[in-house]
Design a protein around this ligand. Structure first.
Ligand SMILES: [Zn+2]
Length: 167
């Protein structure tokens, strides 16, 4: 099973920048990604809620993707990047999703980053890729991220990447 997590949900709204709440964007992208992957006949789940709920409801997954938006003090920063845990196949999957997002035309920032300090990457027994889809702190990119068409493009890129590694 593939599990799609929206970054933040419930009381945790994530970043708020340019009158935009991260959790509303990530929920939309994550839901569309989930629907696309499911439509291709792959066993897929959409799991939100608290951290403990996420762990509990994703048991037995083979891969997870958590969708986020970035924000930074330097408001000129734009583009997406993926984050993975350096153990296992995370790097390979992050590279496949990165290529796929670039192929559909999502604006890239940089190569995937390894991280060892993120709970969702550390506490799951399957590889989880975080996709930082773009910067809400950049006004132009924030407007882009609010567009359903750009959200769909991101979902398409992530879903295509997931399908590529699921065969
Ligand atoms: Zn986030």
């Amino acid at each position: 099973m593939i599990t799609i997590f929206p970054g933040h949900s419930g009381k945790d709204s994530g970043a708020i920048q340019n009158n935009t709440i991260e959790a509303s964007i990530t929920a939309s992208i994550a839901k569309t990604t989930y629907e696309m992957v499911r439509a291709c006949g792959i066993d897929c789940a959409y799991v939100d809620g608290s951290f403990d709920d996420r762990i509990k409801h994703s048991l037995g997954s083979s891969l997870g993707v958590e969708v986020h938006c970035d924000s930074f003090s330097d408001k000129t920063k734009v583009g997406f990047h993926c984050i993975y845990h350096p153990s296992g196949v995370g790097k390979m999957v992050a590279e496949v999703i990165t290529d796929s997002l670039m192929e559909v035309g999502v604006r890239p920032a940089r190569n995937p980053d390894p991280r060892t300090d993120l709970l969702i990457l550390n506490k799951t027994k399957f590889p989880v890729i975080l996709v930082e889809t773009g910067f809400l702190s950049n006004k132009e990119e924030c407007e882009r991220l609010r567009l359903p068409s750009y959200q769909n493009l991101i979902a398409l890129g992530i879903a295509h990447g997931i399908l590529s590694v699921s065969k």
